[in-house]
Design a protein around this ligand. Structure first.
Ligand SMILES: [Zn+2]
Length: 255
């Protein structure tokens, strides 16, 4: 049987129209991509994420308030979020901390903690975004102890992977591992425990230098990571599919 592949992080709702989305999904399916996590970022896109997942096997929806949109939502968003999460088998995401974002950092942390608590209450895996806030992230994770969580497009220090893994972290790597300038990211890829590795496209964003191949791009991301790790793409593809299974727990049966 052909290796089944998993795109651990994307935003399919951001394609400009339904035809583009369907085209990207068909190409992904033909390339063996059999599962993916489609991440919402604010109340403005949760409904679209929910509809995409309801209409396609293999898409697990994630609902969350991204740090970029903290401070731009109406009161009551957290209750709304709990409603979306409760209505469908789903993860919490994309949530996190971002010191490069214009939103207030204290408010970011407050929303992040509230969503980690919700994940704990509903026993859902979490997809986390972190930019230039790794020390703070570690402290918050130690205090909040979310259930399974993944650090999407991991860009943190390679030497922090051990401590994060001890807290239960999965590490998702993007096409940036192909960038010759990203030596630190390749070091982190080598440092992360193999049983916690995931790969992602962030599609429709630029998954690969200068290109937007859609979820299908995870084939190339895994190929590049396999070369760096000295493995075959098939072995790494199979490993990351199994890792998705342990990360997702009961939700994996949706795929
Ligand atoms: Zn994202």
């Amino acid at each position: 049987m052909k290796t089944r592949l998993f795109d651990a992080h994307n935003h399919l709702q951001n394609y400009s129209n339904g035809a583009e989305t369907e085209d990207a999904l068909e190409r992904a399916s033909a390339a063996g991509v059999a599962g993916m996590l489609c991440n919402g970022t604010s109340p403005a896109d949760w409904e679209r994420v929910s509809a995409l997942a309801a209409g396609h096997k293999g898409i697990i929806p994630c609902f969350g308030l991204h740090p970029w949109f903290v401070g731009k939502v109406r009161p009551g968003w957290l209750g709304l979020l709990e409603g979306f999460l409760s209505r469908s088998p789903s993860c919490v995401g994309e949530i996190g901390l971002d010191k490069a974002a214009s939103s207030d950092f204290a408010e970011q942390e407050e929303s992040f903690r509230a969503q980690l608590r919700l994940a704990k209450k509903l026993e859902r895996p979490v997809s986390i975004h972190c930019v230039r806030a790794w020390g703070r992230l570690l402290e918050v994770l130690k205090e909040e102890r979310p259930p399974a969580f993944m650090l999407h497009a991991y860009g943190g220090p390679p030497e922090m992977t051990g401590e994060l893994a001890g807290l239960g972290a999965y590490f998702s790597f993007s096409g940036a591992v192909l960038d010759p300038e990203r030596e630190k990211m390749r070091k982190a890829l080598l440092a992360a425990p193999p049983e916690r590795l995931l790969f992602e496209t962030e599609s429709p964003g630029p998954a690969l230098p200068g290109r937007r191949p859609g979820p299908q791009g995870v084939v190339e991301v895994i190929g590049a990571a396999a070369a760096a790790l000295g493995q075959t793409p098939e072995a790494l593809g199979t490993l990351s599919w199994r890792n998705a299974e342990t990360f997702l727990g009961e939700l994996f049966s949706q795929l």
